[in-house]
Design a protein around this ligand. Structure first.
Ligand code: SF4
Length: 316
């Protein structure tokens, strides 16, 4: 079912009405086993909320999340706890997500203890193994997070996510805080781990250039909706939604023949998620908007995994 997550903002003492933020507003998407699906969009488009709702780290307002035939949001606490081993997340800021007062060993041991991994000796052995898997030397487990560089801390974040042998990992802006060269190293590591451990990734990012070499498929989000979905090749070579075209045109290109590609100039201001425009919610910014766009909300029509939510898709 289409997934929806609304947040209610309380108006407080001012007497005005509560406001509702439609962070995720009826999104339907399928992620295939062992692929990397990138969810892309500007900040505030709902991609992080969607990722968290998919792991049930936030409760949905409506809809379902089907994981291998089970609706995660209908599971009781015990079944969800067991399921959590398979579903993990790597956060953006490794420094903020690692407890500064804990040694690396305890950071890695925490999820293992939570799922009764075994004796302390087995846990220590597993921590050693996890550090090796992410390319860090095992003796570093005695150190604290501040003794590591940003890239190393993100490796520790990845190791922690892998502790209980997950199947599905959400990487939420996982390389966004890193320098470009370190980004490349962490992306290579993630790719190797995917191969070795047969992982499936949902890779959330505001930066399309990061996923060009990394993702198998891409979904573009705008104000709580998925507006385009396709393979990475399709999205980059034949973007069909004006918003996707706008995002892609901002990606630097090495190929000089591609440099002159038209860049749509967006009009107006970014609409508020509290007060969404009628019809296509991109119409106040879209240079191609026509009358119907102001009144009719285009559905995402998908065919073989390729889809676009626009009354006048580009390239037709
Ligand atoms: Fe632009 Fe209309 Fe397409 Fe919306 S439906 S993206 S306003 S052309």
């Amino acid at each position: 079912d289409q997934l929806t997550k609304y947040y209610r903002m309380s108006a407080g003492f001012l007497g005005s009405r509560d406001k509702v933020i439609r962070a995720v507003d009826g999104v339907s998407l399928e992620i295939y086993e062992r692929e990397t699906f990138a969810l892309v969009g500007e900040s505030g488009c709902g991609k992080t909320t969607l990722g968290r709702a998919m792991l049930r780290l936030v409760e949905r307002t409506a809809g379902s999340v089907n994981y291998r035939g089970q609706d995660l949001h209908s599971l009781d606490e015990g079944s969800m706890r067991a399921m959590r081993k398979k579903l993990q997340i790597v956060f953006q800021d490794p420094f903020a997500s690692l407890n500064p007062r804990m040694r690396v060993k305890d950071i890695l041991a925490e999820p293992l203890r939570a799922h009764a991994y075994g004796s302390e000796a087995r846990i220590e052995e597993r921590c050693r193994e996890l550090l090796e898997v992410v390319g860090l030397r095992p003796h570093l487990m005695r150190h604290y997070p501040h003794q590591f560089s940003g890239g190393q801390r993100q490796r520790i974040g990845v190791a922690r996510a892998l502790a209980n042998n997950p199947e599905f990992v959400v990487c939420d802006e996982a390389v966004s805080a890193l320098d470009v060269s370190i980004q490349a190293q962490v992306l290579n590591l993630l790719r190797d781990l995917q191969e070795q451990l047969k992982l499936t990734y949902l890779f959330i990012t505001h930066d399309l250039s990061v996923v060009r070499q990394f993702a198998d498929r891409i979904g573009v989000m705008f104000l709580g909706r998925l507006v385009e979905v396709g393979t990475t090749e399709e999205i980059f070579s034949n973007p069909r939604h004006p918003y996707t075209m706008f995002l892609i045109s901002a990606v630097p290109r090495a190929d000089p023949h591609q440099r002159n590609r038209e860049r749509p100039v967006l009009v107006g201001d970014i609409p508020s998620p509290v007060n969404l425009p009628s019809g296509c919610r991109f119409h106040t910014r879209c240079p191609y908007a026509k009358d119907i766009c102001r009144t009719e909300d285009p559905a995402l029509a998908t065919n073989d995994g390729r889809g676009v939510a626009c009354h006048f898709p580009l390239g037709e």
